[in-house]
Write a protein that binds this ligand. Structure first.
Ligand SMILES: Nc1ncnc2c1ncn2[C@@H]1O[C@H](COP(=O)(O)OP(=O)(O)OP(=O)(O)O)[C@@H](O)[C@H]1O
Length: 355
């Protein structure tokens, strides 16, 4: 199931935009902005096909992490379509940047860096770079759009709005690119949270189909995206003391700026503690956590699900569709903030500071 599909019912303003884009000298960067279900992906598909038909080389940067077309989910991806397509889900990505969550409110820095890096790569090979964004346009989403525009400096920023709801955002982004406003199509259809979750479920399932368990040596592929593993490992006396004070089973711990431990809860309730001094992560929260295999250039080779960590041997067992040769290119295993099963069932999100 895909939300957006190619449409032949095209309002005049879309055709004018297409004409305008095809007559510019490239590389032309176009950022599409609008609320949820405003038709960004539908518009991107229409523009890409129109440009390809006119003989232009197109790149697609899919940063709609909540509802991505190009796999894997929870990353920003770059694809170069080699012909017309009816949905970005038909495209295979050539480069990805790991975000690690489908809800990027606490990852706006990563989102902006991702879009900048991938649109730079895209501009080396394409005449037009089309950038799809999340429908997250308020709160941190507002700033995220500004950061993206400020870094990328799009030639054109297209706003899809109903009636002036994006005026403030338009003003904030105007210094960074020429703005064009299109009206949301009357055919644009809203999707419930449940429908969105169902779309994501299918994407996860498709991505993890045929995955195998790989063993990752964390002394060679550095764990990242988490405060765990930073600093020196605890000495046995420290582990024993923390276990006794809090009545935890401490599985691993480190002393950096503060103590960080991975623990399993034992019976009874444990004491209160200051997060400034100690950070404790429940072992359960790490199971089925999304992780990214990061190469030496900071890009994401693919993602996996953390099934088990053997802390004493510093080995992680990760379910991933990546072949062993690709896994071997990774220099970092970056921890995400969503737990999900290979069946596509999402177990929940974690907050950034939880790990
Ligand atoms: N011009 C159009 N003609 C027909 N259907 C449309 C049009 N624009 C949008 N739709 C429909 O409205 C729905 C939402 O569109 P789309 O997925 O493109 O929005 P979006 O802004 O990319 O959504 P998201 O919030 O996931 O980022 C889809 O089902 C799509 O097929």
């Amino acid at each position: 199931m895909n939300k957006a599909a190619y449409t032949t019912d095209v309002p005049e303003d879309r055709l004018t935009l297409l004409d305008g884009l095809s007559s510019r000298t490239g590389p032309v960067k176009v950022m599409l902005i609008g609320g949820t279900d405003s038709g960004k992906t539908t518009l991107l598909t229409f523009l890409a096909n129109g440009l390809i038909e006119r003989g232009l080389r197109v790149a697609v940067v899919d940063s709609d992490v909540g509802q991505k077309g190009i796999l894997p989910p929870a990353t920003v991806s770059l694809a170069f379509p080699d012909g017309p397509f009816s949905s970005p889900s038909e495209l295979s990505g050539e480069a990805h940047y790991f975000i690690g969550t489908t809800s990027p409110g606490q990852y706006i820095g990563e989102m902006a860096v991702a879009v900048k890096r991938l649109s730079d790569i895209a501009a080396e090979r394409a005449d037009v770079v089309l950038i799809d964004t999340t429908g997250f346009v308020t709160g941190p989403g507002f700033d995220m759009k500004r950061l993206k525009a400020e870094l990328v400096r799009p030639d054109v920023i297209v706003f899809l709005e109903r009636e002036g709801e994006l005026n403030d955002l338009k003003n904030a982004l105007a210094p960074y690119g020429e703005t064009v406003t299109l009206k949301v199509s009357s055919k644009a259809r809203e999707h419930s949270r449940e429908e969105r979750r169902e779309v994501r479920r299918e994407k996860w399932k498709a991505y993890f189909a045929g995955s195998t368990l790989v063993e990752v040596d964390l002394t060679e592929i550095t764990p990242g995206g988490t405060e765990l593993f930073r600093g020196r490992p605890l000495i046995p006396e420290e582990t024993e003391l923390i276990s006794a004070i809090f009545r935890w089973l401490v599985l691993a711990g480190w002393k950096g700026e503060r103590y960080t431990v991975v623990k399993a809860e034992s019976e009874g309730h444990s004491r209160q503690y200051s997060r400034a001094v100690l950070k404790a992560v429940d072992f359960d929260r790490l199971s089925n956590l999304l992780v990214g295999f990061i190469d030496g250039n900071g890009l994401c080779l693919g993602v996996g699900l953390l099934k088990w960590i053997n802390f004493s041997e510093m080995r992680a067992h990760v379910l991933t569709p990546l072949p062993v040769e690709a896994v071997e290119k990774a220099v970092e295993l970056r921890f995400g903030r969503v737990r999900v099963l290979e069946t596509g069932e999402e177990l929940g999100l974690l907050s950034r500071d939880e790990l």
